[in-house]
Structure formats: structure tokens, C-alpha cells
Write a protein that binds this ligand. Sequence first.
Ligand code: SF4
Ligand code: SF4
Length: 328
Amino acid sequence: MTKVAFFTDIAHLHNALALFPLQGFAGKKVPVKLHMGEKKNPYFVKPELVKCVVDELKKVQAEPFLFDTTVAYHGSRYTKSDYLNTAKLHGFTMKNVGCEVVIDDSGVSTAVEGRTFEVADHLKNSSHIFALSHVKGHMQSGMGGAIKNFGMGGVTKETKIKIHHGSRPVYQKDSCTFCGVCAEVCPFDAISVEKNKWTYDKGECFGCGVCVENCTTNALRNRDADMQFLLACSAKACVQGKNVLYLNELKRIAKGCDCDPNAGPIICPDVGYLVSDDPVAIDKASLDLINDVKENVFLKINKVDPLKQIKYGEEIGLGSSSYQLIMV
Ligand code: SF4
Ligand code: SF4
């Protein structure tokens, strides 16, 4: 059974990491994969926590650097220079965290489950990776944790777009009852339903797949596959064959993602931190601990079941959902 260490005070990070083979990171250049926040989002992982991680990696003679990829939409992280400016604005500087920040905008095509995903160059070229994931809600995957950190955050713009495109709806009129649920749940008003007419505006569709998830008559299906399946595949493309340690921060748990300047309210009290060497186990433990405090909060609020990414991850061999929680 996979070990997942749980602690509530960051002072215990060292003891939590001691349960895992951190010594193997010695002498390696190690990307610390994290999301450094979209402008105006207040919830992203803070430099103080990142500094603790960087210090632990340096203690074992690793050479860490903060790492992320550019995004597919025109926000404050669209280009490398945009992202570097935003990272600086959010306090991710050499002075504050003790290492440099690297942003990738290109990647290497990698096959998983009959599809290809462009894994960011610095991930592809690293044997050892540290994943620092802020766990929060997400309108497209219910929850964002370690799987999402890589599944969307570890790949190029082109692959991000491909994942969104693959989960767009395909409509089957014969099965539609014109109930209007898809229009109600669509976060971007891309669907309208009036009497016996279903209308879809592709230009407004962000490919979140929420409409497909909520159609009970199978009148909608994904163009390629469920977004959570594609995220699990993409995450596997990023981490397969690598030595990866994962730290999930379960604090400032908002309705929406760190990508969103309007991520909504905090929907669950702070829980703490988890460390593991398995992305599926750490996300399952994160979800279980959050559900213990606020039952099914992500499903209720975002209307997408986050357990799917965990199940898909297990099915494709990304990791195991069976874990042993160790209090540190
Ligand atoms: S949710 Fe499904 S059945 Fe209802 S209107 Fe939309 S496509 Fe039709
Ligand atoms: S995939 Fe998302 S954005 Fe597109 S129509 Fe469906 S609910 Fe709306």
C-alpha cells in the first residue's frame, strides 16, 4: 500500500520527506513543478512554503528550480515573459525562494493510451521532479491536485488546447429531451435550449465537458474522451519513468482554480499537507480528507466528480488509490 504522510504544521515537512527516498535527488537538477498563480488570484501556493521545499532539496545537495509552463488563454501567463513577470509579482524571486524560475513554452511528444501529449522540455529532460500542488476546486475536473498539476500544467499550450478540444460535446438530437440541464451548467453560456431547439456556440465553448457530465440521456458525448481521462493520460506522459515526490497543500481551498482571477469563495476549512511518491494516492488522500470535513464539496459545488481522475489514473497505471495515511 502506498504511503501518504499527513501533517498540519509545515515544520514537519522534513520528517514527512524522510519517509521517502529524497536522498536519490542528490546532485540532480530538480524542477519544482508548481502553479505560481494567475494575476488577481489570491490562493496559489505561497513563496514561504516553496522556500521550505527548496531548502529541503538543497539539504540533500539537489539543485532545485521553480518550474511551470505557459498557458493557452490570454492571461498573465500566456508567454514566458508574461509568466516570469507574474511569478515575480507573486514573490517568486531568487531572494525569496533561493532558486531561479524557469518557464517552458515547448515540449516533446510522448505517447500514452494511443494519444500523444507534448511534455514540457524541462520535465522531459529531468530524471527527478518535485511536484508542489495546491489542492482546490476546479470547474472542469471538480478538483485540482497532483494529477491536474501535471495533466494540464506539465504540457505545452498545444496539448492543453488539444485536451480541451477533446472533451468538447458532440450532440445526438435523437437522445435529447431538451431538459436544458446542459445549458444551466455550462459555465460559459455556450449552450442554449429553447423548446425543441438545442444550440451550441463553439466559439464560446472552453471544452470543460461539464455539459456531457451532466446530460443523463447520452445526448452528449465527448469528442475524444472525458477531460479527466485525458488529464490522467497527460499526467502519466509527464511522470512515467521519473522519480517524483509530491507535496499537496490543502489550504485556501477555493471553488475554482489558481488560473482563475475570480476563483470564488473558500469552500472548505484548511486541512494540512500531504507527501507521497504516488500522484493517485496523494490526490485520493486529499479528496478523502476534504470530504471528511465537507462531504462531496467539490462534486456539489462544481458538479463534476473529481474521483474520476483518480479512477482513470489508477486504470492507466499512473498510480494506486490504495494508501496508508501516516501522521507525522
Ligand atoms: S442535458 Fe442532454 S438531454 Fe438535456 S437538453 Fe442538454 S443535451 Fe438534451
Ligand atoms: S464543454 Fe463546457 S464550455 Fe463547452 S458547452 Fe460544454 S459545458 Fe459549455
